[in-house]
Design a protein around this ligand. Structure first.
Ligand SMILES: NC(=O)c1ccc[n+]([C@@H]2O[C@H](COP(=O)([O-])OP(=O)(O)OC[C@H]3O[C@@H](n4cnc5c(N)ncnc54)[C@H](OP(=O)(O)O)[C@@H]3O)[C@@H](O)[C@H]2O)c1
Length: 317
């Protein structure tokens, strides 16, 4: 089969098209005939060596895929054959004509959704559903969404807005316009470090993914007694140091969104829920920057690294 292989870490050019054997599904796995694979910023960092490569090289690269089940491994119901699934392939293997994936990390795609749309929206959409579920936003509460202009924000802003008043941030004027259009009532520019000073009062939930000093500063804007902070990223790369005394004295909760159980819930609960909502037309449209042939994986990585892409780059075999 055709695939894109990574033999060493480095610039985008280390992603090389090659002929490789079709993989065999192991226990609990299926073989997908890949229809589309989405490229992520995490993959560009892994390819470049900025974050550790969790598997030995060479490897067929890529993590997110949508495709039709061609074969099933031991312990998997044959009934799933010929059905379309979307999800992740365990960090490798999706930049290819065929890929194996654990069925537990996939969800069936409802009829009526385009494969390229589905692969673009599945991971950020499921994350948004998972974050909203964990936050348990009540009617009339106020949510602060950092990076409302990002891929997760595209789904989280309207979702939170169903019950809560949304305050969101974006670093560019077009991003702020988009976040407003998604339903945020107050939109702040996070490009200056003092942006929390411009918040319009206390908030009940902070969706935190920046890290560094801003995370601790945002504890100050949470409602004492009921306020909660969901920590799901550290975009700034700076360590997050939260003052435990603030948590104790103000009765605040910090909820870590990662680790054991998180992925199982995201793929087992939130992804099916998100896809069902997408099929009913209840979620935001995915933003797709480009759909490129599989052999252009290096170009896809170049585009992600070149700048602030709003939407996703998708590869099709
Ligand atoms: N825990 C998990 O399982 C999990 C899974 C997936 C992703 N994540 C994390 O979720 C975060 C968002 O992912 P994404 O896919 O939505 O990313 P994305 O599409 O790259 O968007 C990043 C967002 O962050 C904003 N941003 C950049 N610098 C900022 C700053 N200093 N303060 C506030 N916002 C800032 C960007 O705004 P502008 O471009 O408008 O400046 C943009 O809205 C990342 O940190 C990622 O690592 C966690």
């Amino acid at each position: 089969m055709r695939a894109v292989v990574l033999r060493e870490t480095g610039g985008p050019e280390v992603l090389v098209p090659a002929e490789v054997p079709v993989p065999s599904p192991g226990p609990g796995q299926v073989l997908l005939r890949v229809e589309a694979a989405a490229v992520s910023a995490g993959e560009t960092r892994m390819r470049s060596g900025a974050i550790p490569m969790p598997f030995p090289l060479p490897v067929v690269f890529g993590a997110e895929a949508v495709g039709v089940v061609e074969a099933v491994g031991p312990g998997v119901e044959p009934a799933v054959r010929d059905r379309r699934f979307v999800g992740v392939t365990g960090g490798r293997g999706s930049y290819a004509e065929f890929a194996v994936a654990n069925l537990a990390m996939l969800a069936a795609v409802p009829d009526g959704l385009e494969p390229t749309d589905v692969v673009a929206m599945a991971a950020p959409g499921a994350m948004a559903f998972g974050l909203a579920r964990k936050a348990g936003l009540g009617t009339g509460e106020t949510a602060l969404i950092e990076g409302g202009s990002g891929k997760i924000g595209n789904y989280l802003v309207p979702l939170a807005g169903r019950s809560a008043r949304v305050v969101a941030t974006a670093g560019t004027a077009p991003g702020r316009d988009r976040v407003r259009a998604l339903g945020a009532e107050v939109v702040l520019d996070h490009s200056t470090p003092d942006w929390p000073d411009r918040l319009p009062g206390k908030v009940d939930v902070v969706f935190e993914m920046v890290g560094g000093a801003v995370a601790d500063r945002l504890l100050d804007v949470l409602t004492p007694g009921t306020g909660r902070m969901l920590v799901y990223g550290s975009l700034s790369g700076a360590p997050t140091a939260l003052d435990a005394a603030k948590l104790r004295e103000r009765g605040l909760r910090v909820i870590g969104c990662g680790g054991p159980g998180w992925a199982a819930d995201i793929f087992g609960v939130d992804l099916p829920g998100f896809l069902a909502a997408a099929a009913r037309g209840e979620v935001a449209r995915p933003v797709i920057e480009a759909v490129l042939p599989l052999a252009d994986a290096a170009e896809a990585h170049r585009r992600l690294e070149a700048g602030r892409l709003v939407g996703r780059v998708v590869l099709v075999p």
